[in-house]
Ligand binder design. Structure first.
Ligand SMILES: [Zn+2]
Length: 244
């Protein structure tokens, strides 16, 4: 019974891992490039164009899901003390929620970057990352528990360690998948995904961030590869389907 409760907790905690974006930017040299008013105006402008598009893309890929699955809610967390952050979560009603905090909005150089991050967060929902990371954390937890039990150790400790390893090793992969989807969606939106991905040139790469976040160079490379595939498809007269 005790192990069952721990497994459930590990699953819930892991849900936060792939959905939280780099939270250490403030420590790594965050400087606002625009006022809160200007950031909020950009947010309204970009959301008006992006929200219907991500919902349409989501529905085309998840025709069998309930209607709420692609019914995005977008909101701003107006707390100036929080370091720049954007993330996707699930509301109590099951709808996906994309949140930007105010310092994130103040750190965008242009609408292309805002659109790209919007597409990235929508990508986490489209690729069902919350659901999958909960499943992965459970698998990791079970394997960790078994390994320690076989070695004659304390199974309870093993469950915790295994769970956190399972959650971490998958979320880096998920970040790159969300970047791939972001490149596709931003391209379809008419914003410029190449300019949008430049946001990663300003986030410090591997050193300061947790292992769950791929280095910026890896993310920029992934976006370039995806855009090359999209361009090759367009040159042949057909935009490639969104895959990740
Ligand atoms: Zn992400």
């Amino acid at each position: 019974m005790r192990i069952l409760i721990t497994l459930a907790l590990v699953g819930l905690m892991a849900a936060c891992t792939p959905t939280s974006e780099p939270a250490s930017k403030a420590r790594t040299g965050f400087t606002a490039v625009r006022s809160a008013e200007s950031g909020l105006a950009a947010y309204s402008r970009v959301s008006r164009r992006m929200e219907p598009l991500v919902e349409q893309v989501c529905r085309s890929l998840h025709a069998n899901k309930p209607k709420t699955f692609c019914d995005f809610q977008i909101n701003v967390i107006n707390d100036p003390k929080q370091p720049p952050n954007a993330f996707q979560s699930l509301g109590r009603d099951g709808r996906p929620v994309i949140s930007f905090n105010i310092n994130m909005l103040r750190s965008f150089n242009n609408d292309d970057e805002l659109a790209f991050v919007f597409g990235h967060e929508a990508g986490h929902q489209i690729a069902q990352h919350i659901e999958k990371s909960q499943a992965n954390a459970l698998v990791g937890a079970v394997i960790g528990g078994l390994l320690v039990a076989v070695a004659g150790g304390d199974a309870q400790v093993g469950v915790d360690i295994g769970g956190s390893i399972g959650g971490r090793s998958y979320s880096k992969k998920f970040e790159l998948q969300a970047d791939t989807i972001a490149a596709h969606i931003t391209d379809r939106s008419g914003y410029n995904p190449k300019l949008g991905a430049k946001i990663y040139e300003r986030t410090s790469g591997s050193s300061a961030l947790l292992a769950t976040h791929p280095p910026s160079s890896e993310r920029i490379a992934r976006v370039s590869t995806t855009l090359a595939q999209i361009d090759a498809g367009k040159a042949r007269g057909r935009r490639p389907p969104i895959s990740w």
